[in-house]
Ligand binder design. Sequence first.
Ligand code: GLN
Ligand code: ZN
Length: 762
Amino acid sequence: MSKNYVIGFPRIGEKRELKFALESYWAKKSDFSEVQKVASELKKRHWSYQKDAGIEYISSNDFSLYDNMLDMAVTLGAIPKRFQDLNGEELYFAMARGNQNAVAMEMTKWFNTNYHYIVPELSFEESYKLNAAKIINEYKKAKQHGIKTKINIIGPITFLALSKRVDRGDTFELYAKILPVYEELLREIAELDDTITVQIDEPIFVKDLEPKVLSLIKPTYDKLALISSNIKIAVISYFEHSIEATKILLNTPVWALGLDFIHGEENLESLADIAASDKVLIAGVVDGRNIWKNDINATLSLLNIITQSVNKENVLLSSSSSLLHVPFVLQYEEKMNKEIKNWLSYAVEKLDEIALISKIFFEGEASLDAKEKALLSANIEANKSRKSSTLIHDKKVQERTSSIIKYAREGAYEERIKIQKELLGYKELTTTTIGSFPQTPEVRHARRELKNGNLTQDAYTQEMKNYIDNCVAFQEECGIEVLVHGEPERNDMVEYFGEQLQGYGFSQNGWVQSYGSRCVKPPFIYGDISRPKPMTVDWITYAQSKTEKIMKGMLTGPVTILNWSFVRDDMDRGDVSEQIALAICDEVNDLQNAGIKMIQVDEAAFKEGYPLRKAKVQAYEDFAVRDFKLSVSSARKETQIHTHMCYSEFNDIIATIEAMDADVISIETARSGNELLKIFAQVGYKQEVGPGVYDIHSPRIPSVEEIVKQIYSLLEVLPKEQLWINPDCGLKTRKWEEVKPSLTNMVEAVKRVRADIIPNAG
Ligand code: GLN
Ligand code: ZN
């Protein structure tokens, strides 16, 4: 018997069929029945893939038309009041996306992934009522298709932890209202079959939980596991270890525990306790979050360690998490370098790995048939080639990282800023922008045509230069003081650099669901990173040649490049980011040598990379700060280094931000007034700050008056000497018709404030 298990499968479809069906329906170009048809074909296809690969535990209800958390909210009857006169698909999509009368529910990141879930809204006065139709139907459909699935649901503790209260109070106060609905759900599920497995996802168990939350685990699972004797409950966590919750769950009547041994090695410490219990261990040993071929020998060793404690009979081999977080299938990567492609494994390939490893482990290598033997030797070969390929291992890079002696730039901030102020002569409340200007249809078109070979490199360059000319002219006209070139040549702030770095790969079809119908195609770092030649210098110096004012150079920082990519798993993340930092450091140097006086190194994803466990924060901050500083260590004292971060909540990390030691940081504050800036004043933050004065996420044009007001509220917190004035973030998603008046108003607002508060301001 194949003793293997897959936590969940991607649903968007190998050709993103679900995306296109949904978007066509939303655009009113097709009926909902078309969406249903596509969804039902996809479910069948995905079940078949898993069955054909030889997977024993296959899920139902891992499929969703938008999001599983939203599905769970609907199942529990947690429908916010503003949607209550709707029903069916209209209700469902209104909750997800809003409609003319009601704003959409909030969306936020699923743990440390780039998947976003819909945040359920709860309130004390609501009552919750079961609607199990989707779950029941999906189970029945799978059964008709010849597959007896396990049923996936999101567990009550995770559901409550990730929901929000619309009235005042803590979501856990609603425990007594929500749990009975779960009980009822299990009673309905129990009717479905003689025996049935329910996978209850409790990823919240991998966080540092408060005692109050921990204390709910035992009563919850004592109750749920005893609802019906024909239900076997598997409680699954992923992305980190869940040692504390595991201890408790072992004393409840659940059937199995699912633990992630890839991203939560500490789970090994639970093995002795698990061995002493009667529980089944669903061992997450095949990475569900990364795209590398499994190293089968290494996984077999890990399984051997596990089964030194836990009886082999009680072990199921599993993905470390749902495969939702990796692309679908390698088959469509037609353009990728063959050697690199041979190192990768997407969701469909991972099924084969899981099946193969479980066969070897439980039945012995002798049991493999010819096809499986070939698969195994191909795997061993691929791993060997990864260990030695010159595409991956670059001696020069390794020598360089092992001999870094200078991790930080010269001069303390006080000394640098004095020199910079004298030399650069910028004013108080200097106006600037975050970097990008509107990505017009023409710019996108030109980029596409260049890729398709319909536009020569020269013609493309000329078009971008024309854009830069106009962009610079506009900024001059409008009166912005520190200029940018507008980033027309960049499709994406990570991809642009990745494409020019050695050791970086791009997929053609490696789509991963980000939210709803939205997918992203993260690039991947497969080898040692180096920079064959300057990446931005031509553009920036060209832009500088068009103006007397200061042109700010624009780079993406090492930590952001790292956090927005799939990263090689044969090296420490910190070592990878160190290599990227060196490449950026060279770029900074080239820019300053070419006469660029201010350089912004964006760290939009700095906060996103924080570990789920507090105990691991220090290690992350250590390398993240080190590598940001390394990336600008070539800057001379007079070169002003800016950074930008796409959020405003700095309370927990202000010391770290300070330690990054950028001369100027721009942040997103427009929607929170001056509230979130206060922490900078509280800790006596010395460096200069550019808090966003208007929100760039909406097409709305801010008036002069409201920007004036915003500036005054910033001045309540920080002195004018320390403040820069800029929008919240880059302007690339906006239109010129919005950007022009908005920036003009911003400049006018600064004029008015200066006239009021600065003697002789001109
Ligand atoms: N310089 C980038 C831009 O303006 C920064 C974007 C970001 O931080 N997300 O587009
Ligand atoms: Zn931003």
